[in-house]
Design a protein around this ligand. Structure first.
Ligand SMILES: *Cc1c(COP(=O)(O)O)cnc(C)c1O
Length: 386
């Protein structure tokens, strides 16, 4: 491998419209941002409740810094597990009505840690084909047999479960699919897991704080609770801060503390983030209107968009994908919006399947109806001219 080869590969990506470039964010995250020296209306972030720059969180962060300093200084098992981390774990478990919760530094690390702590060479991991990359990487890392079923195909999953009798089985799925916005049929998945004695790992990165009356995520959405469910969610999306956690039965959490390598061999995230997250969890109930606002905006967007050429995928969550097809059109559409002062990311393979490039429009309680109306008008206008 030489630099000339790397250069040629990069040129090829560029020619295919697949080269990713970073923009520089110069403001706080929110509905209106400053990027590369220009102001935009943005539909890009996962800050679904608009908490990422909430004054109460900023205040809690400063208090956390004053009390604990800035860095955790060590891993959780050495001396990095602060009182704030511990309180947050208790608060998360209580909020969800589950026995115990365990913090991880990121969702990516949580998924690697959970799956590889629970499955090994002779086990089977069964996964939806549209799962997040971190769940796929987790399955590869643990060296179990890795079977991916067609998106939401319960029949195919059942056949695979039936064929895997006698081995430890993990069914893993996004609860809300990150690029499609649809919700996994958790009750049906759970019934299959019961029938074939499998565990069900739910990655609720996009449901926690968003779904359910109280924001308890996919479990509240379906009114479910079951010791077979290993519930995981991230804290950098609706919760507005950073990090992730797993919640479930006590022996499960204890096993993860002993065995999850991404928990053991890494520095605890800064305690000031735990104090911020305690404030965020408080706002889930204190400012419950944010979920109501978000639901109104989702309904408003779906009824007002009405483009003929591109279709929205069926989604009732803040993730509203407008499927365009080829990479170039997706990029041109995103560029045309950008020229109108609106930022929406074009999502291309390998993040989504080939031929399904899309705009991933994400709505937030930080948006106003006027913001969403502006987006709809701009898309209709571009449709006429592109
Ligand atoms: C964002 C995301 C993750 C990763 O979480 P981070 O905390 O950002 O590492 C995992 N799973 C899903 C479904 C996600 O959307």
């Amino acid at each position: 491998m030489t630099f000339a080869e790397l250069h040629a590969e990069l040129q090829k990506l560029k020619a295919q419209g697949l080269l990713r470039e970073r923009r520089i964010l110069e403001s706080a995250q929110g509905a209106h941002v400053r990027v590369d020296g220009r102001d935009y209306l943005a539909f890009c972030s996962n800050d679904y409740l608009g908490l990422a720059s909430h004054p109460a969180l900023i205040d809690a962060t400063c208090r956390g810094a004053a009390q604990y300093g800035v860095g955790a200084g060590a891993s959780h098992l050495i001396v990095g597990h602060s009182e704030a981390h511990h309180k947050l774990e208790g608060a998360l478990a209580q909020f969800l009505g589950l026995p115990k919760a365990l913090l991880f530094s990121t969702g990516y690390m949580a998924n690697l840690g959970i799956v590889s702590a629970l499955a090994a060479r002779n086990d089977v991991v069964l996964a939806d084909k549209l799962n997040h990359a971190s769940l796929n990487d987790a399955a590869l890392l643990c060296r179990a047999q890795f079977l991916r079923y067609t998106h939401l195909d319960l029949k195919q999953l059942e056949r695979a479960l039936a064929a895997a009798r006698g081995r430890r089985k993990l069914v893993v799925t996004d609860a809300v699919f990150s690029m499609d916005g649809d919700i996994a049929p958790v009750p049906e998945l759970l019934a299959l897991c019961e029938r074939y004695d499998a565990w069900l790992i739910l990655d609720d990165a996009h449901g926690f704080g968003v779904l359910g009356e109280a924001g308890r995520g996919v479990l509240e959405h379906f009114g479910l609770s079951d010791p077979r469910i290993i519930y995981m969610a991230t804290l950098g999306k609706a919760a507005g801060v950073f990090g992730a956690f797993v919640a479930g039965a006590e022996p499960l959490i204890e096993a993860l503390i002993q065995r999850a390598r991404t928990y053991i061999y890494t520095t605890a995230f800064p305690p000031l983030l735990a104090t911020a997250l305690l404030a965020s969890l408080h706002l889930f109930s204190e400012e419950g209107w944010r979920r109501g606002r978000l639901r109104e905006l989702i309904a408003y967007f779906k009824t007002h968009l009405g483009t003929a050429r591109w279709r929205l995928l069926p989604s009732d969550t803040p993730i509203q994908p407008l499927v365009v097809g080829d990479n170039e059109t997706a990029v041109r559409l995103a560029e045309a919006l950008r020229a109108r002062g609106i930022l929406v990311p074009a999502i291309r393979p390998p993040t989504v399947p080939k031929g399904q490039a899309r705009l991933r429009i994400s709505l937030s309680a930080a948006h106003s109806k006027e913001d969403v109306r502006r987006l709809c008008e701009a898309l209709k206008d571009i449709e006429r001219t592109l």
